[in-house]
Design a protein around this ligand. Structure first.
Ligand code: ADP
Ligand code: MG
Length: 224
């Protein structure tokens, strides 16, 4: 079932950031969301996550209308552009935070966090604070945190932005591993065509708050 957004509108003052946006992201698929700066990509992702309230329209996750649900009650994990880690918490605590508030038992949290830190190759850095990490390490911590509670939906807002080429390549490999392992659906905002061809099966193009193209990668890139 994945994600459906139906007739979404969002204004900031008299600026319309989302203009009657409707999208479908099927289960088990990865959709790349492309568009110029300021076109509404982050606003759309934030609306799906419940960090932004729509003026009208709805968000459905696995067929359920979650428009009125708070972020914690939506089955979403996200890695956002200006993601703020909890500065006073260690890597371990940051990754386990969502599990703790979901009242997981201590040993379950430990097992899950260990597993994730292994996956993103941060196992040796569990006791560090975010300020003691490089940009790439911080993005991997954010990814581990997003995956912790096994969300149905993963929202990735330019997770490779600001990383050097080698680190971005490593992150891309990691994402492919993570996204193909589970039957989850994901939306990835990117400016890099390499991400699209390496990771996505569908593409959405947004411009001025409106979806102007959508479809399978091969179709859209063959005749954009
Ligand atoms: P993108 O991620 O595609 O670069 P955004 O979704 O962040 O674009 O923003 C879309 C437009 O909405 C931009 O013009 C931006 O300035 C505006 N905008 C986003 N968030 C706010 C806000 N909280 N208040 C006012 N304007 C905003
Ligand atoms: Mg953005």
């Amino acid at each position: 079932m994945g994600i459906s957004v139906e007739g979404a509108n969002k204004c900031f003052g008299d600026f319309q950031a989302l203009d009657d946006v409707s999208i479908e992201v099927p289960d088990g698929s990865l959709t790349a969301l492309l568009g110029p700066s300021g076109s509404g990509k982050s606003t759309l992702l934030r609306a799906i996550a419940g960090l932004e309230t729509l003026d009208s329209g709805s968000v459905l996750i696995d067929g359920e209308d979650v428009s009125r649900k708070p972020t914690q009650k939506r089955e979403v994990g996200f890695v956002f552009q200006h993601y703020a880690a909890f500065k006073h918490m260690t890597v371990y605590e940051n990754v386990g935070f969502g599990l703790k508030i979901r009242k997981w038992k201590k040993d379950q949290v430990r097992a899950r966090v260990d597993e994730l830190l292994n996956l993103v190759q941060l196992h040796g850095l569990a006791d560090r604070y975010p300020s003691q990490l490089s940009g790439g390490q911080r993005q991997r911590m954010a990814l581990a945190r997003a995956l912790a509670a096994e969300p149905e939906v993963l929202l990735l807002d330019e997770p490779m932005a600001g990383l050097d080429v080698a680190t971005a390549t490593a992150m891309r490999t990691l994402l492919r591993q993570v996204l193909t392992a589970a039957d989850r659906c994901a939306v990835l905002v990117t400016h890099d065509l390499l991400d699209v061809t390496a990771l996505a099966d569908r593409v959405l193009i947004i411009d001025g708050g409106r979806i102007v193209e959508s479809g399978p990668v091969s179709t859209v890139l063959a005749a954009p």
